[in-house]
Write a protein that binds this ligand. Structure first.
Ligand SMILES: CC(C)(COP(=O)(O)OP(=O)(O)OC[C@H]1O[C@@H](n2cnc3c(N)ncnc32)[C@H](O)[C@@H]1OP(=O)(O)O)[C@@H](O)C(=O)NCCC(=O)NCCS
Length: 183
């Protein structure tokens, strides 16, 4: 990927209905509220549980902007009609799999196609900057996330066994999806 073509800290991606933009300090309350959701806490094992106001503040003010500044990834707040509806990102993991896409949608904005629209746009953004492929992982039991991946133009490549670590110390399998420029 050629990041010299863009200014990553301020990069914004637009779709028909969504604006995928850098976080702002004012997003903290919405992020905090959304991340109380059981589904987000179940499937996104990287977030703090309990998810406190300080967790949200640290994410929107320090961690997410830091990823952009240090060229480790492009976390985005997803906005529809001027309102915060979810989160996504492209993570620039080194190695042969290419950049990794992630997403969650706030419980109050689900089943409107926002996750698929955002994932499609983030994949297209990375491919447009020259990535030869993009990928994402979804827990094999997370039917909703796998449906999002397919709707966003990704194809399942296989199952990466025991690659997910849960909070209780057990492990699970992830479905690996990818999208290529020709898909
Ligand atoms: C999974 C999640 C991102 C879906 O967001 P969404 O905006 O509601 O999804 P979309 O409206 O874009 O739906 C895309 C597809 O997924 C399907 N889908 C969405 N939620 C679903 C659910 N709970 N059960 C079954 N299918 C579901 C839709 O029907 C649609 O399918 P289609 O293409 O066949 O029409 C959202 O439920 C969420 O944030 N879950 C918790 C966090 C999470 O699992 N993140 C992904 C981690 S890999």
């Amino acid at each position: 990927m050629d990041l010299s073509l863009i200014d990553l800290p301020s990069e914004v991606v637009r779709t028909e209905r969504l604006v995928l933009r850098p976080y702002r300090p004012e997003d903290a309350d919405d992020v905090h509220r959304a991340c109380q959701d059981d589904e987000i806490q179940r499937w996104i094992t990287a977030i703090d549980v309990p998810y406190t106001a300080e967790s949200a503040r640290a994410w929107v003010e320090d961690i997410a902007p830091g990823e952009r500044l240090e060229h480790r990834g492009m976390p985005v707040a997803i906005e529809a009609d001027g309102e915060f509806v979810g989160a996504g990102g492209v993570h620039f993991v080194p190695g042969r799999l290419g950049p990794e896409i992630g997403y969650w949608i706030a419980p109050w904005a689900r089943r409107k196609g926002y996750a698929a629209e955002a994932a499609h746009a983030l994949g297209g953004w990375a491919l447009g900057l020259g990535a030869p492929r993009v990928h994402l992982y979804a827990d094999v039991r997370n039917e909703a996330s796998q449906a999002v991946a397919r709707r966003a133009g990704f194809r399942q490549e296989g199952v990466v066994r025991s690659s997910l670590g849960y909070r209780d110390g057990t492990r699970g399998d992830a479905a690996l999806f990818s999208r290529l420029p020709a898909d």
